[in-house]
Design a binder for this molecule. Structure first.
Ligand SMILES: [Zn+2]
Length: 171
């Protein structure tokens, strides 16, 4: 597999993982050890204690870390991977990959905002809720929800392109 495809896969699965991590934050507007570590690692300042719940309410959230904090983390994550994704590409491929990164980020942000405002099922223990959320999430959120991809190599694609610029497959 090319260095690009490895890097691209890392960005898709990394964004996916961060969204999952943020959704598992409990109670609403709180944080977790894993989530705090991700903020620290990506050098994102947490939203202040007093502003967390209002930020969640403003975004009609039912669960998870505050939407603006998650968006900042996703932005920082994708930015941190950008150079690696583009490193081995030609100019033409870079244009497609840059657009792919923008789309991936937009979709990941929208996906979190939507998932974090879904009604929380009552009457389940916390671990069951987490499992249910994961399951739900897993069935609706393959990498394809983030960005249109080449069916062969999963590289990002532009709708106008007739063949994949990364592997040459017909689209
Ligand atoms: Zn391809």
């Amino acid at each position: 597999m090319s260095a690009f495809l490895v890097a691209w896969g890392d960005v898709v699965s990394g964004a996916h993982g961060l969204v999952d991590q943020a959704l598992e934050v409990d109670p609403l507007g709180g944080t977790s050890v894993a989530w705090s570590a991700s903020l620290h690692q990506l050098n994102v300042r947490p939203i202040a204690e007093d502003d967390r719940l209002p930020a969640c309410q403003k975004n009609k959230q039912t669960k998870g870390a505050p939407v603006p904090e998650v968006h900042a983390v996703l932005q920082a994550f994708v930015t941190s991977k950008r150079a690696l994704v583009l490193a081995t590409l030609t100019a033409e491929q870079r244009t497609v990959a840059e657009a792919g990164l923008v789309t991936l980020l937009e979709h990941a942000k929208a996906h979190y905002a939507q998932k974090a405002s879904e009604p929380v099922k009552r009457g389940l223990f916390k671990h069951a809720k987490v499992t249910a959320a994961k399951h739900q999430y897993g069935t609706t959120s393959g990498p394809e929800v983030y960005v249109m991809e080449c069916p062969v190599c999963r590289g990002p694609r532009q709708t106008e392109a007739l063949s994949c610029v990364f592997c040459g497959a017909d689209l």
